[in-house]
Design a protein around this ligand. Sequence first.
Ligand code: GLY
Length: 351
Amino acid sequence: MIVVPVALDPPYEVRIGAGARRELARVVASLGEVRQAAVVTQGALVDAGWLEGLDPKVPFDVHLLGDGEAAKSLASVEALCRSFARDGLSRADVVVAVGGGVVSDVAGFAAASYHRGTRYVNVATSLLAQVDAAIGGKTGVNLPEGKNLVGAFWQPSGVLCDTETLSSLPEREWRCGRGEMAKYAFLGGADPDASLLALDVEEQVGRCVRIKAEVVAADETESGERMSLNYGHTLAHALEAEGLADAGAGALAHGEAVAVGLVFAALLARRLGRIDDERVALHRRVVAGFGLSAELPAGADPDRLVAAMGRDKKARHDLAFVLDGPDGVELVRGVAPEAVLATLAEMGPRP
Ligand code: GLY
């Protein structure tokens, strides 16, 4: 089992390995007086058998969320909090989120809101959640006006990344996780490490979690360094906003959009004189090494993408990107729209 501490106040641990979900009782016991638990999960995870062996060793109720982004709603949070109340969950008890990013985002936000803050533990079952979403306390839901517009920073009391659960992941979900993993190859201060590709999955997750834990400990609420975790995400979010990602079978999944965004960010950084050809080639190699494409999807309209990137949460009435450079990956504000359009033209777009 790989154990990664997250040095926040209070600190917590991320435990990574096959069967990690079976450590839930130990995590719950470490929280002191817990009389009951609320397990939040999805039907597919119950059907796959991942609740077997998951025992908090206190009485618990299971609460099911719907699937996909549609479940990330205020209505879901209300329904969860109402059932917590009906079950008599107290502020000293614990919410256990068992699933991928949708479950940890929604259950985490419900925990942050219920009794103005109830502890929660993430049992992360998707690659994306294990390398990113379950760690660092970003919780929240979508509004019809946009993704993740309502939420809170609310740290889990522990994270269990059970690599056994990855065996039931559909290929698309693997690709989603790999897109986020590719981003970590360029974070953490070390040389971009193509050897990340050569590690087994437990070590890959461990490597990514160590980087994320360090970034989050340095900047819990994303006032600076944590923005680096958005590497590749500005274009990815624009593709999502334009309905070119996460919109159905033909569209890109989030991690696939991040892969395109990473190569776009490298090309933009080169255009701005921040990195050289070799570094761009390294981005392409890492993305391809994770089996992901760097092509803009068909139908991408450069002007609309630039407008969507201007609405990114990093932007302050300008265009702002996380870009590679001589000092590593950092936020760059005030990027000229012409440079962005020229970079998109360099990538495609396909008609
Ligand atoms: N997923 C990016 C972050 O946690 O900051």
